[in-house]
Design a binder for this molecule. Structure first.
Ligand code: UD1
Ligand code: PEP
Length: 417
């Protein structure tokens, strides 16, 4: 059985380079459907999710060619089918992001409903509300969402919650619509800005990405482009937490520190020294962790995708920390696994209470989702003995070469098939 084994590895030391952002490349890959011309994209992380999205694009008739390490040439000259198959959509939620581009380019789209996952039910009502406002006729039957529209027409859309995926899907649908769409209460994540920059580099007209109000003026056609994906702030944050938890001295390269302000602030509160040096962040720590309270929020608040990793760190804090999860209703699955390793954690509704001062010991645990897997690796680095993590396919979704990167800075970690 595939597994990752981790042994106690205090004092991680060295440099780690972060790859391009998973949550940027996935919508950007979907956005290549908007043009019949060639898109060259660089710094694409070597991840399972990226492979699934590429397979999905190919199933729709898109030509993809590898043109070097981390670079792809993608051309959606013709779209063979506007139906996104169950087998691929069901593998990854983000594949629903092809709906907006397909609808606007092909006038119709049939995409399998992505359904929930380990962290919550994750409905798509806000995506569909946006498409409806733009003029699409939406029907849900046999597990599929069927959307048809002869012409999408720009309009004002208010999102009840600043959903990242809905913001992205609506931006893409509106990019080729007639007239202007004003999206209010939009998500402000850096990945939204990257997507808007990508579309604008193809001749799109999107302003305000990164703020709550995004204005998308539809254009008739989008042309070829070349784009480099922004660095993955969650991958960076994960290694920063690993450095702090192990009392290490690690410099993370290829980061945009402004994307990481809540993570930097919370690490400093927890007692780590964090230096921002151009496109690098150096984290040093003496291994003494102060208790910290955390509340996950939409960007620029503390990211839910960093919550699990902080749970491992705060388990050894000198006192009680409270983590309040406000984005997903079921994102504490890692708490049970961490408890097997000796973490003193109690879940009370949407909060996790960590007593701190836990004495961690290695155990057999399961990665219940991507960031839960990262949290277990961090816990394994500070636990006595050996930790054995299974269901590692979750980790492969979002961390390229995590074993090699951690080994480079002194971690005793291995992958076994
Ligand atoms: C591929 C990608 O970029 N994934 C990220 C994206 O996921 P994703 O785009 O799925 O996250 P959303 O921002 O859409 O979801 C946030 C909350 O809104 C709810 N919601 C969302 C859409 C909708 O139509 N209706 C609705 O109720 C969700 O159930 C969830 O509770 O943002 C999340 C929140 O930062 C991150 O954790 C994920 O890593
Ligand atoms: C929840 C995540 O991803 P996804 O939205 O792709 O499930 C994540 O990256 O932590």
């Amino acid at each position: 059985m595939e597994k990752i084994t981790v042994k106690k590895s205090l004092g991680l030391k060295g440099n780690i380079r972060v790859d391009g952002s998973k949550n940027s490349i996935l919508p950007i890959l979907a956005a290549t459907l908007l043009s019949d011309e060639e898109c060259i994209i660089h710094d694409i992380p070597n991840l399972q999710d990226v492979r699934v999205m590429c397979k999905l694009l190919e199933a729709l008739g898109v030509k993809i060619e590898k043109i070097g390490k981390g670079s792809l040439k993608i051309k959606a000259e013709t779209i063979a089918t506007c139906e996104a198959p169950y087998e691929l959509i069901s593998k990854m939620r983000a594949s629903f992001l092809v709906m907006g581009p397909l609808l606007t380019r092909c006038k119709s789209a049939k995409v399998y409903m992505p359904g929930g996952c380990a962290i919550g039910s994750r409905p798509i009502d806000l995506h569909l509300k946006g498409f409806k406002f733009l003029g699409a006729d939406i029907k849900s039957e046999n597990g599929y969402v069927n959307a048809v529209s002869e012409k999408l027409i720009g309009t004002d859309i208010y999102l009840d919650f600043p959903s990242v995926g809905a913001t992205e899907n609506i931006i893409m649908a509106a990019a080729l619509a007639e007239g202007e769409t004003v999206l209010e209460n939009a998500a402000e994540e850096p990945e939204i800005v990257d997507l808007a920059n990508f579309i604008n580099s193809m001749g799109g007209n999107i302003i305000g990405a990164g703020t709550k109000t995004i204005r998308i003026k539809g254009v008739k056609k989008l042309h070829k482009t070349e784009h480099t994906v922004i660095p993955d702030r969650i991958e960076a944050g994960t290694y920063m937490v690993a450095a702090a938890a192990t009392g290490g001295d690690v410099t993370i390269e290829n980061v945009v520190s402004s994307h990481l302000q809540p993570v930097i602030a919370k690490l400093r509160e927890a007692g780590a020294k964090v230096e921002e040096i151009d496109d690098k962040i150096r984290v040093t720590s003496d291994g003494i962790v102060k208790p910290v309270d955390i509340k996950t929020l939409p960007y620029p608040g503390f990211p839910t995708d960093m919550q699990a990793q902080f749970m491992s760190l705060l388990s050894i804090a000198e006192g009680t920390s409270i983590i309040h999860e406000t984005i997903f209703e079921n994102r504490f699955m890692h708490a049970n696994e961490l408890a097997r390793m000796g973490v003193n954690v109690k879940i009370e509704g949407s909060s996790a209470v960590l007593k701190g001062n836990s004495k961690l010991s290695g155990a057999k645990v399961k990665a219940t989702d991507l960031r839960a897997g990262a949290a277990l690796i961090i816990a394994g680095l500070i636990a006595d003995g050996e930790t054995e993590i299974t269901e590692v396919y979750h980790i492969k979704r979002g961390y390229a070469n995590i074993i090699e990167k951690l080994q480079e800075i002194g971690a005793n970690i291995a992958y076994e098939k």
